[in-house]
Write a protein that binds this ligand. Structure first.
Ligand SMILES: *[C@@H]1O[C@H](CO)[C@@H](O)[C@H](O)[C@H]1NC(C)=O
Ligand SMILES: *[C@@H]1O[C@H](CO)[C@@H](O)[C@H](O)[C@H]1NC(C)=O
Ligand SMILES: *[C@@H]1O[C@H](CO)[C@@H](O)[C@H](O)[C@H]1NC(C)=O
Ligand SMILES: *[C@@H]1O[C@H](CO)[C@@H](O)[C@H](O)[C@H]1NC(C)=O
Ligand SMILES: *[C@@H]1O[C@H](CO)[C@@H](O)[C@H](O)[C@H]1NC(C)=O
Ligand SMILES: *[C@@H]1O[C@H](CO)[C@@H](O)[C@H](O)[C@H]1NC(C)=O
Length: 621
């Protein structure tokens, strides 16, 4: 058996483990990391997770390339033994393993701390054994229910020293609130838990120039410019996530740096930047929770509920079209229907990520067809707090750029709409740094020009759902549902479009059952006993604690031995005189919300049964 060397440098205090009872009947998630080419396993973990509806055959949830070399396979199996066999199938017999395996299966615990009991598998190795202790303090930020029936997001601290513990909790709390109190995830909040897991770093902040500081996950930037933030210790992050079990569905590594930066993928990496933290967080969570690609232009990958590739095939979000006659056209005429695509083209797009200097402006030329009546110059910058410090021009004409108020040196996105046609032929966009003191910090991150037809040809109005073209990094066209309603396209927007929101509900309801529990009790009224049967529901609709501005309700139908109990319709509780109570009770629950129009898999429905046998008198008091 192989000793887990990466964890030999680690100890983890787990403050809350699911007890054996809670994990009964729940499925198991197997993660296998391996070399894409040689298929050799490099890391594996197997843990109990919350329920899964619509599980794919053999529980395979797919492969994800983590880098050019490594890929991650993810399986969810109802039975541990099956998952274990799968692990053996992919990675060979146990005695051949030379990579870390994290598992809570008693007989196969590979976390060899020298412990002998099952408890020891989770226990903290003695720092005296020469291990560097990594302790976590777990703090609930927003808790809506037990993690066995919720989707859980967890913030991990990186670059926060022991003295900065309160700052970490405040940063995490602010971000959790930003994305769940009145926007983005606010309507699905009762399906989510947010946690903060603090562990002190020796050094404060995130590393630069490719060098991590002395921190648990080793977050760093490539240079000093505001761009990606990477992690040097994925194994530690995986182990930490494993230890928090079903509290770690979506791990977020937060690097203690006030300015823009982040990364999507296996771990969402963010900073608590006041301007950008929430923006990066909700966009990356959109990718990972809804499982969608980009919506902005110039990306490599477009997939999921908000992306369509072939205009001759039915549009999957036709049920969200603002102009219903366009949807009807399609159903009747089938594949050949003439679906209207809003008229737009992208004549130029670039991600320079370049430092600006005063000796030479950064410029780019492009050709316009001259066939569109409006255009937009879109760009993002950092390190430029004052308008006087930078000139932005198109064909020598200043665009009148002004920085976002209070942005300081952080990154921000700018849109300059111009209600005029670009003439046919060549054009130039030019960025001139005026203030030399900003050299080495002033950065041009991205720049794009879009051209649009007039409002009859291209409906730009917010809320309009139709078919809009998106242009990839190689100028291939895919289609999206709205112009700029979605934070997957416009990262500064706090909300999803309706199509993504429906996808979000579906993704979450695959993991969360609307019924938390069903229980029965006996109550005495005067001399008589009454049997009470109660449903604990995820608090949505009429049972929501914080009302939302969305039409929604639960419909609840009770049956007893196949007969409907009409008087209890839409009630969470049934009360029946004890003498008449024996029988099988079934509650049929459906959640209706205007945010979901099509639910093919029936995820907005749930039912549960309870058998009442005997009478209250017979129960031990
Ligand atoms: C949510 O609250 C924040 C902070 O109070 C506010 O800036 C924002 O406009 C609100 N959003 C909505 C959709 O009400
Ligand atoms: C697009 O869909 C049509 C209709 O199904 C099909 O005939 C055509 O081959 C598809 N085009 C591509 C590029 O896949
Ligand atoms: C709705 O779409 C149809 C078909 O494309 C079009 O003729 C009609 O003008 C549109 N209605 C509105 C209100 O935009
Ligand atoms: C993308 O393709 C369109 C249509 O062919 C063209 O007009 C446009 O200039 C191209 N844009 C870029 C950036 O190549
Ligand atoms: C100044 O910026 C221009 C445009 O990005 C670039 O071509 C040039 O190499 C830079 N000069 C220096 C000295 O960095
Ligand atoms: C613009 O069009 C001209 C003439 O067709 C061509 O020579 C030039 O390469 C084009 N420029 C760009 C940036 O595509």
């Amino acid at each position: 058996m192989w000793l887990l060397s990466l964890l030999a440098a680690t100890s983890l205090v787990v403050l809350a483990n699911a007890s054996q009872d809670e994990s009964k009947g729940r499925p198991h998630e197997l993660l296998i990391y391996r070399d894409q080419h040689s298929a050799e396993c490099t890391f594996a973990s197997l843990k109990t997770v919350q329920g899964y509806r619509e599980l794919a055959t053999y529980g395979n949830l797919g492969n994800e390339a983590l880098s050019d070399v490594e890929e991650r396979l993810r399986f969810v199996q109802q039975h541990r033994d099956e998952a274990w066999l799968q692990l053996l199938q992919f990675c060979g017999p146990e005695d051949s393993w030379n990579f870390p395996v994290l598992t809570d299966i008693k007989r196969s615990v590979l976390l060899d701390y020298g412990g002998t009991t099952e408890q020891d598998a989770f226990a903290v190795p003695e720092p005296a054994r020469g291990f560097f202790p990594l302790e976590f303090e777990l703090e609930p930020l927003v808790k809506s229910g037990h993690s066995s029936n919720r989707v859980d997001l967890i913030f991990f601290a990186d670059g926060y020293t022991r003295d900065e513990r309160d700052k970490f909790i405040e940063d995490a709390y602010r971000l959790a609130m930003d994305i769940s109190s009145n926007q983005t995830f606010y309507t699905v909040k009762p399906l989510l838990n947010f946690w903060a897991a603090f562990t002190p770093s020796v050094e404060s902040g995130v590393g630069t120039d490719g060098k991590p500081k002395d921190t648990p996950f080793g977050l760093y930037r490539d240079g000093t410019e505001l761009r990606g933030v990477y992690y040097a210790k994925p194994e530690i992050a995986r182990a930490a996530c494993f230890y928090f079990e079903d509290k770690c569905d979506y791990p977020v590594l937060m690097g203690n740096d006030p300015l823009y930066g982040g990364l999507g993928g296996e771990f969402t990496v963010i900073t608590p930047s006041l301007a950008n933290g929430a923006l990066v967080l909700r966009h990356e969570l959109g990718h990972s929770i809804i499982d969608v690609g980009e919506e902005y232009d110039g990306g490599p990958d477009y997939f999921g509920v908000n992306a369509h590739h072939n205009i001759s095939e039915p549009i999957p979000w036709a049920h969200w079209f603002t102009n219903a006659s366009r949807a009807r056209h399609q159903h009747e005429d089938g594949a050949d229907a003439d679906v209207r695509v809003e008229r737009s083209v992208m004549p130029m797009q670039a991600y320079p990520w370049t430092m600006l200097n005063t000796s030479e402006p950064w410029s780019i030329t492009f050709n316009s067809s001259g066939a569109y009546s409006r255009h937009l110059v879109r760009f993002s910058l950092s390190g430029l707090p004052e308008a006087e410090e930078l000139k932005v021009e198109i064909d020598g004409e200043e665009l009148g750029w002004t920085p976002r108020v209070d942005i300081g040196v952080d990154r921000w996105h700018y849109d300059i709409h111009r209600d005029a046609a670009l003439s046919a032929g060549a054009h130039e966009v030019k960025f001139t740094l005026v203030n030399g003191d900003r050299e080495g910090i002033a950065q041009l991150c991205s720049v794009e020009v879009l051209e649009f037809g007039n409002e009859a040809e291209f409906i730009s109005a917010p809320g309009y759902h139709g078919v809009f073209p998106t242009f990839s990094d190689v100028n291939e066209t895919t289609y999206r549902p709205t112009n700029e309603d979605c934070l997957m396209r416009i990262v500064t927007t706090p909300n999803f479009c309706k199509v993504c929101l429906e996808g979000l509900w579906m993704a979450l309801l695959r993991r969360v059952d609307l019924i938390d529990d069903m229980r029965a009790s006996c109550i005495r009224k005067g001399r008589e006993w009454t049997r009470r049967i109660e449903l604990d529901l995820v608090p949505l609709g009429q049972f929501r604690e914080e009302p939302v501005d969305v039409k929604e309700s639960y419909s609840i139908v009770w049956m007893k031995d196949g007969q409907m109990l009409e008087q209890f319709t839409d009630e969470k509780t049934v009360e029946i005189a004890d003498g008449d109570a024996a029988g099988v009770y079934t509650a049929h629950v459906q959640y209706l919300t205007e945010e979901v129009r099509v639910d093919k898999a029936g995820l907005t429905k749930s039912q549960r049964q309870y058998r009442v046998a005997g009478s209250c008198e017979e129960l031990p008091m």
